[in-house]
Design a protein around this ligand. Structure first.
Ligand code: CA
Length: 426
């Protein structure tokens, strides 16, 4: 029987630092570009990208019947979408084969010098692209700590959660056109805002630009309009997860959001990390979520472990200055699981599409240093966040770079997500 790509005993013949996000047990998928090769799908391994198109051309995937006639061209696309459409057996077969090619005792690729040169490129030599062409984007609001904090600040600490919050995963439909890959600058948006003590609204640059630490999952298997997804099958629709920064202009948001919800305070930009870590690679990191009280309605009820223990960090680097880590939290805190989000989303018959991005909502933990937005860290401007250069922040300044990182770790194996970064510009 083939060794599971998740086996902690696997090693690669490629030299990989123990602190790397991309050991042989991870093998996340992404899309890269070089002048010479054009746009291709790749898998991250240590400091390298394995070029799936080149590997396919060298015949390494020849016997993978799951790929059928789709290869090699499916690996020379500008997004993962066509590959995702091949379905889970194909995703699994490719990850399994890549694992077999890279393991320390496999010589097929290792001893083929020309193929090694063609298939492995240093990550520093490629440009990473947006991993999927998002078909649709939905943003949830599933951290009870975040929802409680925001409710306390904007409404009433005694009744921070609205009556529906514990009964369904709240969400809204966002916009895909402004989802950009990590490294893309974020232009400070203009908009209409009115503080409670101002008589009339004004229009201008946002003074309360913020980040939101989120994880997004990528839908790999869609549904047809009118059909639903039983909670027990929800995870079968998920390909993988990536880091996500849902940039937010709080002054625009707080004025415009009543009664229909987020709009221009949100859709000027969201940043997505280039690497999608498969749900398969995250299997060892399953944990139970928080106890849900009251028990959700039957269509949303699931026992067992549907959260994932993923350590998350946010760092801020001013234009001239060192990096400061300003938040450390965990994806395992989420009140509503991805399975519940997906099943709820499809429960009215709304169809899921391949390439859909569903973001978790801001991920905050229970302590003041585990909050996932500047709004909460600085408590609406009342407790400025100190930075290593001696300055402080209540919201983001031009030139600030926000970097989010995440990894799951167990038995010395670190399954990392790389990073999503973006710099605020005028
Ligand atoms: Ca959000």
């Amino acid at each position: 029987m083939a060794t599971s790509p998740n086996s902690p005993t696997l090693r690669s013949w490629i030299d990989i630092s123990p602190s790397s996000d991309f050991p042989i047990q991870n093998l996340p998928f992404g899309v890269f570009k070089t002048e010479e090769r054009g746009t291709r799908l790749g898998v991250a391994i240590g400091g390298y990208v394995l070029d799936l198109y080149a590997a396919s051309q060298y015949g390494f995937f020849e016997d993978l019947t799951e790929l059928g006639a789709a290869q090699p061209k499916v690996f020379r696309r500008s997004s993962l979408n066509a590959f995702l459409r091949l379905g889970r057996p194909a995703w699994r077969a490719v990850r399994q084969r890549v694992s077999e090619l890279l393991r320390h005792d496999a010589s097929e690729l290792r001893d083929h010098e020309e193929a090694v040169r063609a298939c492995l490129i240093r990550q520093t030599e490629v440009q990473m692209l947006r991993p999927v062409k998002p078909a649709n984007y939905t943003d949830f609001y599933s951290s009870i700590e975040h929802a409680t904090n925001v409710g306390s600040m904007f409404r009433d600490p005694a009744n921070a959660l609205l009556p529906n919050w514990r009964h369904l995963p709240i969400g809204y439909h966002g916009r895909t056109s402004s989802i950009v890959v990590s490294g893309t600058n974020i232009k400070r948006p203009n908009g209409q805002r009115k503080a409670p003590d101002e008589a009339a609204p004004t229009f201008g640059l946002s003074h309360q630009l913020d980040f939101e630490l989120e994880m997004a999952f990528v839908v790999g298997t869609g549904t047809t309009l009118g059909s639903t997804v039983p909670i027990g099958q929800a995870e079968e629709h998920i390909f993988g997860l990536c880091l996500f920064n849902d940039w937010s202009a709080r002054d625009l948001q707080s004025w415009e959001y009543v009664p229909l919800g987020p709009f221009l305070g949100k859709n000027f930009g969201s940043s997505v990390a280039p690497w999608v870590v498969t749900l398969d690679a995250l299997e060892p990191f399953r944990i139970a979520g928080p106890v849900q009280e009251p028990t959700p309605l039957p269509y949303l009820a699931h026992g067992g472990a549907h959260n994932f223990d993923i350590h998350l960090e946010v760092a801020l680097t001013p234009a001239q200055g060192p990096e400061t880590t300003i938040s450390r939290t965990n994806f395992g805190f989420m009140y509503w699981s991805m399975a519940q989000q997906l099943t709820h989303h499809a429960s009215n018959g709304c169809n899921l599409e391949v390439g859909d991005l569903y973001a978790s909502g801001t991920i905050s933990g229970p302590t003041p240093d585990s909050l996932g937005s500047m709004l909460e860290l600085a408590w609406r401007g009342t407790r400025p966040v100190p930075l290593a250069d001696g300055s402080e922040r209540t919201f983001l300044l031009d030139g600030d770079t926000v970097i989010m990182r995440g990894y799951a770790e167990k038995e010395g194996i670190r399954i990392g997500f790389g990073e999503v970064r973006g710099t605020v510009v005028e």
